[in-house]
Design a protein around this ligand. Structure first.
Ligand code: ADP
Ligand code: MG
Length: 985
């Protein structure tokens, strides 16, 4: 039961009709057709109604919908059945076949092409070049076969005039690896004559309309089809066929398939030969038969690559062997005409078979070894000519075609019945006899040994002496007089639709058809004079010669009587049916919508009856449950019963359908469609809710999945960070572990680059390390050294970057003047004075003492001494035992200025603007006044040049200038202040 198609489109499966009446069948078919649903099912059979318009239902998107799906999962379609056949082939290793039947013009050939396209589209997912090549050949072969085997008829502009059965071979992977085409009975009489409104085979018109002029000239033919007797009937017909474009397409396809240039040329030559043969006319001169238009003979000899006299002789004479003697018998005009037509038909038919053979050579599976590659399976597609029923009487060909359809119908009924019966047996459900139309009786009427129509025909043909079609009809009348499906005017004299001595009628399963016996004998004998075969075999064109191997026989060689056309056809049909019966069959029934009232529908009806006689629907328990389990609380979401069968039982019981079902071994059978529709309705109701439920669950799942992914990412991130931090810390640890024992306490150790998050941490770490390092250095110092270091640090801090020479490398003594070593003569008196000052002024420590050169406000430069304690700055006179001259409390000293150079200029700034400008006198150890800075008090230190200062309130500036002849630094006056001249070089 097809999903996704509501009942507004009618019932997708005819089996589900409430009443199987012709009216209801037709109404459903019509409704579906009008709604654009050209496909329906009868059980597993696809019914296809020819839409006569392009339908947008064969595209890639539709193919995807059907790929790998079960039949009932999607609306009816050719693709569904193609997929079913393919799946059976691939999964179960079965050879399958798809039988397409229906009357002429119902859409069989189109259907077969869509099926092939589908198979080509779903196979070879790996795009293997070899497989693609095979697929291309298989698809292209259609184009060539249709050009030579199809013709416009009154029923169909592209009617197949031959039967085609094509096997596609697949390897174990399910990819096509080759194929084989069987062709059946080409309607070759069409080569020489067509009914009003019909054409000969497309190939002739294509050649005339499409070939370039040069080619036509070389073939001795002209563009106009009306110029040729054999095809002129169709030459004037207007139709939508584009012969010109088709010619090129066919030539291209032949090239792609692998026909050589010579082969294609030979095909054209044969077509031209036939056209010219049709114009060949015979006359008599006395008792001599002759060719009236000898010019044509010369063209023919060219086309056939032979000699003119050979052509002429073959046309006019027949070689007969009587015992050892060989005589040449001249034709009558009638015989010559007969021979000419027979030749035209024969070479066309031979060429057609040769083309099929060539295609087979090329597409045939090569290098396949079942031991290596596994079993090679096939899907066969049968596109055979459909039943031909017309108001006019039919001929031999129609008789054969209709017999073929009888046989296929027989096979179809048998297989459907057989399948049905076998299914009931398998499932253990009692089989009820089904009444259906069995057409075996008609098949027998045609093909039975000795009694059948073909036998009677063959018998008539074997008669020596005058054999006529009437004699054959008499045979039928006597032997089949009592047959329920045979009649003729003689047997039913009141039936005026049949002509005396000409017509007979068969009651086919699809309806009554009248046939005229005219031509039966000739067509059955299908005589072709040996002379023609020899003519063609002796051609110097190897391609042509290859088509006629039997021309090799010499005339005296006794040959067996060749099989008649009817017998050949019968045998080919029997073997076709055997072949089909050995495969798993799938059916497509094509219907013409506008002739839908034809009795043809009877058979379909029968088929529905077969399927509906018992149960309308059946399904395996698991599948049934899968589809309907939501209906019942016992089965939703999963049942806990012993088996699926038990679950289905309880489901159906809870719905109250017990009375309408039967339980098979693996399948449940439902008798009436009502029950099924009711199940479907309930299901549709529940599905809405389930969809909501599924949406809910799925959304939740999605969110959870997203959450889990995010969390995982976070965990990974965290772990990674931790790892980076850890490895950083480890690294630091490793590098600094031993710094205590290093000479420089790890000053040279390079810091690893920290991860971003640890930048602040690294700063802190570095500062901890620096403190530790500094502390390690400082802790071993004596208190004096500490003071000194503190002073140096203070000095460094204020002067760093401003002054070139800081003297940091030297020891900072501070109280220089007490050094006995530097000042052996004065040290003791200085010590004495500073001791007095300490007592008087109560200072704690001497920070600095030094002799200086000083400039005063009267521009006088003098030697002085500066003593700085923690309370005062003293100015003393070194020449008078350091007599103190002035003391400035330190809190009045507001700042110190020095120059950026190496000189020893120092300006002490005071609050009262009486700045003290001195130049320190350098001794062995250099001095600096920065002990001041190490005091808690903040001292303003300037580094500048010139230095601005204030002498008793007067602003002045001091510059340092090196002078070459200066022995010691000294001050002189300048315009704006003072110059300290220092020794220069
Ligand atoms: N599925 C289809 N879609 C469109 N047109 C179709 C379809 N089937 C058949 N036809 C039309 O009907 C014509 C006859 O179909 P065809 O397959 O040749 O008939 P058959 O082989 O049964 O004699 C095609 O040429 C085409 O115009
Ligand atoms: Mg066809």
């Amino acid at each position: 039961m097809a999903e996704h198609e509501s009942l507004e489109f009618g019932k997708a499966d005819f089996v589900l009709l409430d009443n199987v009446s012709m009216d209801e069948f037709m109404a459903n078919l019509k409704l579906r057709f009008e709604k654009g649903r050209i496909y329906s099912y009868i059980g597993e059979v696809v019914v296809s109604v020819n839409p006569y318009r392009a339908m947008n239902i064969y595209g890639r998107d539709v193919i995807e919908q059907y790929k790998g799906r079960e039949l009932y999962e999607r609306p009816p379609h050719l693709f569904a059945i193609a997929d079913a056949a393919y799946k059976a082939m691939k999964r179960r290793n079965k050879d399958t076949c798809i039988v397409i039947s229906g009357e002429s013009g119902a859409g069989k050939t189109e259907a077969s092409k869509y099926i092939m396209q589908y198979i080509a589209a779903i196979t070879n997912p790996n795009q293997r070049a070899e497989v693609e090549r095979v697929k291309n050949m298989l698809l292209k072969s259609n184009c060539v076969l249709e050009a030579f085997g199809n013709a416009k008829t009154n029923r169909n502009d592209n009617s197949s005039r031959f039967g085609k059965y094509m096997d596609i071979n697949f390897d174990f992977k399910g990819d096509p690896i080759g194929g084989h085409i069987n062709n059946y009975l080409l309607e070759k009489s069409r080569v020489i004559v067509q009914q009003e409104g019909e054409r000969s085979f497309h190939s002739f018109y294509q050649l005339l309309k499409g070939a370039p002029d040069s080619l036509l000239r070389s073939l001795h033919i002209q563009k106009d089809p009306k110029a040729y007797n054999y095809i002129k009937v169709g030459g004037q017909i207007k139709s939508g066929i584009n012969d010109n474009a088709d010619f090129k397409a066919v030539a291209d396809a032949m090239k792609v398939i692998g026909f050589t240039g010579d082969e294609i040329q030979t095909v054209y030559k044969i077509l031209a030969t036939i056209l010219l043969l049709g114009n060949l006319s015979f006359g008599v001169d006395g008792d001599v038969t002759l060719i009236e238009n000898t010019k044509l003979v010369s063209a023919l000899k060219d086309l056939l690559s032979t000699k003119e006299e050979n052509v002429e002789k073959a046309m006019l004479y027949r070689t007969v062997a009587t015992g050892r003697d060989v005589i040449e018998k001249q034709h009558t005009v009638k015989e010559a005409n007969y021979g000419r037509d027979a030749l035209a038909k024969a070479i066309y038919e031979r060429m057609f078979c040769w083309i099929v053979g060539r295609i087979n050579d090329i597409i045939e599976v090569k290098n396949y070894d079942a031991k290596v590659h596994g079993k090679n399976t096939v899907i066969g597609v049968l596109d055979i000519y459909g039943f031909e029923i017309s108001k006019t009487t039919g001929f031999f060909e129609q008789f054969c075609i209709n017999y073929c359809n009888e046989k296929l119908q027989q096979l179809f009924i048998q297989l459907v019945l057989k399948q049905e019966q076998e299914e009931y047996q398998r499932e253990g459900i009692p089989w009820k006899h089904i009444d259906y139309f069995n057409n075996q009786i008609i098949v027998d009427l045609v093909e039975q040994q000795h009694k059948g129509i073909f036998s009677i025909l063959d018998e008539a043909c074997m008669n020596v002496g005058k054999v006529t079609d009437e004699v054959f009809l008499q045979g039928l009348n006597t032997k089949l007089a009592k047959h329920a499906h045979f009649t003729s005017r003689k047997l039913a004299p009141t039936d005026k639709t049949l002509e005396f001595d000409r017509d007979f009628r068969i009651r086919h399963y699809a309806g009554d058809v009248a046939y005229s016996v005219v031509g039966f004998i000739d067509k059955n004998k299908d005589t072709l004079f040996q002379d023609f075969k020899r003519l063609l075999y002796n051609s110097s064109n190897p391609v042509l010669r290859g088509m006629w191997p039997e021309g090799k026989l010499r005339i005296t060689e006794v040959t067996k009587r060749p099989l008649t056309a009817a017998t050949l056809f019968k045998n080919s049909m029997i073997s076709l049916v055997e072949n089909l019966a050995s495969k798993e069959p799938y059916y497509v029934r094509c219907i013409k919508p506008n002739e839908v009232k034809s009795p043809l529908l009877f058979e379909r009806h029968a088929n529905v009856r077969v399927r509906r006689a018992g149960f309308a629907y059946r399904q395996t328990y698991p599948r049934f449950l899968q589809r309907y389990k939501m209906i019942s609380e016992f089965t939703w979401p999963n049942h806990d019963l012993a088996s699926d069968k038990a679950a289905v039982k309880s489901l159906l019981k809870s719905c109250g359908f017990e009375h309408d079902v039967a339980y098979g071994n693996t399948k449940v059978f439902i008798r009436t469609p009502r029950t099924l529709f009711s199940l479907e309705e309930q299901r549709a109701d529940m599905v809405k809710r389930i969809v909501l439920f599924l949406q809910k669950v799925w959304r939740g799942t999605l969110a959870r999945m997203r959450y889990r992914r995010m969390r995982a990412a976070l965990i990974i991130l965290r772990a990674y960070r931790r790892y980076k931090v850890k490895s950083y810390i480890k690294d630091v640890n490793r590098r600094f572990k031993n710094v205590k024992n290093m000479k420089d306490y790890g000053r040279h150790v390079k810091w690893p680059t920290p991860p971003k998050v640890l930048r602040r941490f690294e700063e802190a770490l570095r500062s901890i390390y620096n403190r530790w390092w500094a502390w390690t250095l400082i802790k071993s110092l004596s208190p004096e050294e500490r003071l000194q270091v503190r002073a140096k640090v203070a000095g460094f801090e204020v002067l760093k970057g401003h002054r070139t020479d800081l003297g940091l490398q030297r020891s900072w003594e501070g109280n220089y003047l007490v050094s006995e070593w530097d000042y052996p003569d004065t040290a003791s008196s200085f010590t004495l004075i500073s001791g007095e000052l300490q007592r008087r002024d109560k200072f704690m420590r001497v920070l600095f003492s030094c002799n200086v050169r000083k400039i005063n406000r009267f521009n006088k430069s003098e030697d002085r001494t500066v003593l700085i304690t923690d309370r005062h700055l003293y100015k003393m006179d070194p020449t008078k035992q350091y007599k103190p001259m002035k003391s400035i409390p330190l809190y009045n000293v507001t700042g110190v200025s020095v120059s950026p150079g190496k000189d020893q200029l120092v300006v002490f700034h005071t609050k009262d603007n009486r700045d003290l400008v001195v130049c320190l006198q350098v001794t062995k150890s250099l001095t600096n006044p920065f002990f001041l800075c190490s005091e808690k008090r903040k001292l303003q230190v300037n580094v500048a040049s010139p230095i601005q200062c204030s002498m008793n309130g007067r602003k002045c500036s001091i510059v340092v200038e090196p002078k070459i002849n200066q022995s010691a630094p000294d001050f002189t006056k300048s315009r704006s202040g003072y110059i300290l001249s220092v020794p220069g070089n």
